[in-house]
Design a protein around this ligand. Sequence first.
Ligand code: NAD
Length: 248
Amino acid sequence: MDLTNKIAIVTGGATGIGRAISLNLASLGATVVINYHSSSQKAENLVEEIKSMGKEAFCMKANVANFSEAKNLIDTTIDKYGKVDILVNNAGITMDTLILRMKEEEFDKVIDVNLKGTWNCCKHVSKQMSKQRAGKIINISSIVGIIGNVGQTNYCASKAGVIGLTKSLARELAKRNVCVNVVAPGFIETKMTENLSDNIKNEYIRNIPLGRLGQPEDIANLVAFLSSHLSNYITGQVINCDGGIVMY
Ligand code: NAD
């Protein structure tokens, strides 16, 4: 895979899965715009790490849940590099609890970042990619957006919403040669899952056919494929990367 001369934006690109995606796209030759919200030091360190590999990167603060900040992220990238070839909507949060205890704000916040944030960035990049008659949008959902999960009514609703959004946008942009797909990770070892007790982790592992939790690089490899010309005939798909938990 060769992504030389490609311009990629990765939201929430400084930590966890986003970090692995940013590094992988850069190692394949892409110039990576690393979006962050609170992790400024991590984003700056990652830019330095990518530059030390002889590749180009740039980091930019934006709250993707905010319509105008998301617009500014896309517009600044276009001003600086003249185009956007790849958008990875990876930024996401959890605020888990049972619905009986969940506050309205905890529902709204998770929907705002995970679903509205994805829509905001898709909305602002669609005009440019349509004009280019080329582009790859990869939205990071989750297998729990397909199968549900106790304590995650807000998160699962947001991630299921990302799937519907993706399929609709894939149909809207197909004539412009823009491919829009979902990557649905299973349980991946990041900050998001580090607080799970060993008991819960072992229980998850028992239910994973491949017998291990995933690594951020497992997701990054699939994102790289969907960012490359090798996936030019794939759009509107939900591709699970979960060690076999969900099988249709
Ligand atoms: P993470 O917490 O390391 O990454 C999330 C990133 O999003 C962080 O850098 C965070 O600062 C950023 N972010 C949060 N709110 C933001 C906002 N408003 N604007 C911009 N950036 C914001 O966790 P992760 O596990 O790497 O998660 C990455 C993505 O993968 C998320 O969308 C998550 O829902 C999804 N996912 C993770 C798992 C898992 O097991 N870790 C499983 C399924 C899906």
